[in-house]
Write a protein of this length. Sequence first.
Length: 422
Amino acid sequence: MTIHLNRRHLLLSGAGLTLAGCAANGVTPAEAARLLPSTQAAMDRHVAADHVPGISVGVRMPGGQDVFLEAGSLDFDGAARADEDTLWRIYSMTKPITGAAAALLIEDGVMTLDTPVAQFIPEFANMTVAIDPVASLEARPATRTMTIRHLLTHTAGFTYHFFGDQPVPNAYSRAGVFPFTGYNLSPRDIDGPKVRDLDAMARALADIPLMFEPGTRYLYSISLDVLGLVIQRASGMSFPDFVQRRLFDPIGMDDTVWGLRGADDRRRFAALYNYADGGREVVDPVAETAYAQPVTLFAGGAGLVSSARDYLAFLTTILDDGRAGRVRVMTPGTARMIRTDILPEGVNPENGAFRFGFGGGIGLPDGDTPGEFGWGGAAGTQGWLDPVRRTAGTIMLQQFGQSAPVAGDVRAAIAADIAVSS
């Protein structure tokens, strides 16, 4: 009998036994579909309707079992099946990972939630605030101190360049403050060349007024990208190195990367489609993807590629109080802190519809319990953990502008299946 190891898949040949495609805990795709029948049916239904070419789902069951489901292919040509090791652009699902990295530095005693950001980014020592951000860039000196808490919770006063035709977002555009890889997430292009690294981004932002005083409002923004520079300077190593050493390596997230590493990654990289106006257009084509180019700006808010297997491992590490299997990644207190409401007093995002922790929302409207922690990505990906039900899940697909509620239907089906199994 010959044993072949290939990316965590165990193939036993010569003895009539093949476990290719099984989850790490030995659950076959057929067994997974029996455990989560409504979920598999929802995935198959949307793939059959050509709403997306493929979907991969990972679920931590209430009993501690990790289950992976798959449907469809990496693209509409059907060349390769989607599975738990398919690579997906996760965009803003990068944010909770950056939040967890910051939590590790708090655990190390390097900083606290209320440490001033300017302690690590002195370029921000004299920030200004727009007097009327809708009307002009006229500004006054900030009177409140921007802190690590504010970066983690989108209350620092930053914005995104595509948030309206207004003076501050327009200033971001002129300065090239666009911390994303590849396809532009809005029809609006930046005016100037993109900033090339985190230091250059900080220098550009230092000259642009904040939208509001730090700690007084919630506005979804580039603040987790700024936090990447804090982590870099506070840790004494590059931001990607810190995340690799303290999170990816100990958790075993072998396929969570800032850029594709070669031909094997390209073969596993899902196609991304834009369905706007009823059409279907390939964007960031795999053959010429920007994710294969050298990375210079490591975007803590939107820069990562990951798999269902890897992202579920990240979520379950936090759910399991900082343990990834037998490896202690962080203390139980740190893991619980990540999924705790840390919003500044008096701030209520989206009219109080949810709260916020370390780079992710708490009690989001589509969740099952008030304590659920997680976030989604611009291309339809989702990831969450539920400390009450002791479950976690991630949905991986790639689409912009799809009118069919693919991820929502799959998410509802997961909840229904878990309710039956509990």
